[in-house]
Design a protein around this ligand. Structure first.
Ligand SMILES: C[S@@+](CC[C@H](N)C(=O)[O-])C[C@H]1O[C@@H](n2cnc3c(N)ncnc32)[C@H](O)[C@@H]1O
Length: 204
């Protein structure tokens, strides 16, 4: 299992079978996506940035909640994004950028920034830099919804397969502190085992 996971992770999954693969590894994957959409429920969402968008599952869930929004997708994998481009409604997609979350982000302002199961690939300093940049791209009253794997209080809850050195999850308190330091008002909206969803607000 670990070798299998390592191989697929290094190749950023097999894009066409990604959903089946990740549902096998992360039993609460679909619930997590629904909880991201739930946590994205603020008024006036038009421009949505999805970081580490992969094959577009998070974007799709958010679009169902905000049907007139426009999506801006960023991911390091052109192959994952090719699936997202095929599966998302073309008239709701503004840009699809092959890029690294550690680099500058697309121009804002955005009403909503979302990221699921991707930020844990960054180390602590990179996460803090990213959170500051996300804060700078959001409009007043905007929201960052961060869904990810964390280091749980109870080691028995660490059920998501991780590769040391490639996956760098933090404790949820560290994420909340880093978001606060970046100028957000964050709150934990959902948590099961080692998965969390955080809604981080920008003052209106
Ligand atoms: C587990 S997938 C999650 C995809 C999608 N958000 C979802 O929930 O299904 C992680 C994604 O993060 C992307 N990724 C990892 N590190 C990245 C980085 N530094 N910059 C941009 N994308 C990155 C990978 O290419 C992959 O598509």
């Amino acid at each position: 299992m670990a070798e299998d996971w390592l191989e697929r992770t290094q190749f950023h999954f097999t894009p066409d079978t990604y959903l089946d693969e990740i549902r096998g590894e992360v039993p609460n994957y679909d619930t997590l996506q629904r909880e991201v959409a739930e946590a994205s429920a603020i008024e006036g969402v038009q421009r949505v940035l999805d970081l580490g968008a992969g094959t577009g599952a998070t974007s799709r869930a958010v679009l169902e909640r905000h049907p007139s929004a426009f999506l801006f997708l960023v991911d390091a994998s052109a192959e994952m994004l090719a699936v997202a481009r095929r599966q998302l409604p073309a008239d709701r997609v503004e840009t699809i950028d092959v890029g690294d979350m550690r680099d500058e982000l697309p121009d804002g302002p955005f009403d909503l920034v979302v990221s699921a199961l991707a930020v844990h690939h960054l180390d602590g300093a990179e996460k803090r830099t990213l959170f500051g940049r996300v804060r700078g791209r959001l409009r007043p009253g905007g929201r960052f919804v961060l869904a990810d794997v964390v280091v749980p209080d109870d080691p028995a809850d660490a059920i998501t397969p991780l590769i040391p050195g490639y996956d760098k999850p933090d404790r949820v308190d560290d994420l909340l502190n880093s978001l606060t330091a970046a100028g957000f008002d964050p709150s934990l909206t959902w948590s099961v085992k080692d998965l969390v969803v955080i809604a981080a607000d920008v003052e209106a």
